[in-house]
Design a protein around this ligand. Structure first.
Ligand code: NAP
Ligand code: FE
Length: 365
């Protein structure tokens, strides 16, 4: 057996875990920049708690509370300038995947002078500042990955910074921070986590251990999907947060695949939230993979506790508004951009232009 596995993030999981393990924060320094979204830090309760911990431990901190969804290069540069000006020693990301990814990019830009091209190069002279990740959605798994996804307007898509220096030193996962997530965002984000596990399981880079985690994550999410007709209880929130963490560890090893690459265009050009963009394409993507890998796709469906891809389609249709109003010119643009994405090469069947077109057109009403 040939196996490589690397997960350097120290994970604390459970209700009140931040308060119980507050001493971990001080270990990383005495000056922090806390990075969060406009509302998520406050609505989740996570911002108040981390501020309290900083105050109790005499950690000097500044809050940058303005990370937008799908953060831009401009935003992380602005926050990195603040980090440098205040000579902070650590970056604390608190929020959904957007603030967490932004925190990672800020931590890197605080120690390295990088032009846009160099920012995505994967080669950095100095390690990033230490990062603490406190997720308030259950979806991206960013708290346990070495990726920061930013919107690059020059290429009209989203791009990954990928480097081991971006793994958070510590992640605090408390399901109570996700209790105030509206149902729509709960669904969007859980489907992001599900696609991480499914794409990881169906990745050319999958290994025995990542598959173990992927299968467990798919199974847990499958057991929860039926409950998402209403706001779920904390017990379900806990399962979703755990499953999304497992899914994050999966993609840290396998990367995502063509599904995410196509979804980025739906987010960039159509404003569809990240997880939902993957979700509206998922059924057609699985049908495409099933052409050559029917056994593997059937295993995914069975792990979800379903009988067919069609059953998964019924659930996704009940979650998300239909995909519509995409012109043939737009489809061609999406295809051109997707073909440039490096992650399509992780896909079990590397899609041709025609395949991407089929996935997109068949996903529309
Ligand atoms: P998000 O963009 O971080 O947040 C979506 C919305 O949820 C925002 O309006 C946010 O409010 C709100 N929100 C977050 N937590 C909340 C809470 N507890 N209560 C109420 N509202 C809350 O969404 P996300 O799906 O978690 O992250 C998506 C981003 O992560 C994308 O950019 C995607 O590309 C990236 N991603 C990264 C990885 C990785 O490995 N690094 C993997 C997959 C996806 P605010 O606007 O106030 O923040
Ligand atoms: Fe994702």
């Amino acid at each position: 057996m040939d196996l490589q596995f690397f997960m350097p993030t120290k994970i604390y999981f459970g209700q009140n875990t931040l308060e119980q393990n507050a001493a971990e924060v001080k270990k990383l320094g005495t000056k922090a920049l806390i990075v969060t979204g406009k509302n998520s830090g406050r609505l989740s309760g996570a911002l108040e708690e981390i501020e309290k911990i900083c105050q109790n431990q005499a950690i000097d901190y500044t809050v940058y509370p303005a990370i937008e969804n799908n953060p831009s290069i401009y935003t992380v540069r602005e926050a990195a300038a603040l980090a440098k000006e205040n000579q902070v020693e650590m970056i604390i990301g608190c929020g959904g995947g957007s603030p967490l990814d932004a925190a990672k990019a800020i931590a890197l830009l605080a120690t390295n002078n990088l032009e846009d091209q160099a920012l995505f190069s994967g080669h950095y002279a100095k390690p990033a500042l230490p990062i603490i990740a406190i997720p308030t959605t259950a979806g991206t798994g960013s708290e346990v990955t070495q990726y920061a996804i930013l919107t690059d307007d020059s290429l009209k898509t989203k791009r990954s910074i990928a480097h081991p220096t971006l793994f958070p030193q510590v992640a605090f996962l408390d399901p109570s921070y996700t209790v105030n997530l509206p149902l729509e965002i709960t669904r969007d984000t859980v489907i992001d986590a599900l696609t991480h596990s499914i794409e990881g399981f169906l990745s050319r880079r999958a290994n025995t251990t990542s598959n173990l985690l992927a299968k467990e994550s798919i199974k847990i999410i499958g057991s929860c999907l039926g409950k998402l007709t209403v706001l779920p209880e904390i017990a379900t929130r806990e399962k979703l947060l755990y499953a999304s963490m497992l899914a994050g560890i999966v993609i840290a090893h396998t990367g995502t695949t063509a599904l995410h690459s196509i979804g980025y265009s739906l987010t960039y050009f159509k404003g569809i939230p990240h997880g939902r963009a993957n979700g509206v394409l998922l059924v057609e993507y699985l049908k495409f993979i099933a052409e050559d890998y029917p056994k593997e796709v059937t295993e995914v469906v069975n792990l979800l506790g379903l009988k067919s891809i069609h059953d998964l389609g019924d659930i996704l249709v009940s979650f998300f508004p239909p995909l519509e109003d995409i012109s043939s010119e737009e489809i061609q643009t999406f295809i051109d951009i997707t073909m440039q994405a490096k992650n399509i090469h992780n896909t079990l069947i590397i899609p041709r232009e025609k395949d991407i077109e089929t996935i997109l057109t068949n996903s529309m009403v």
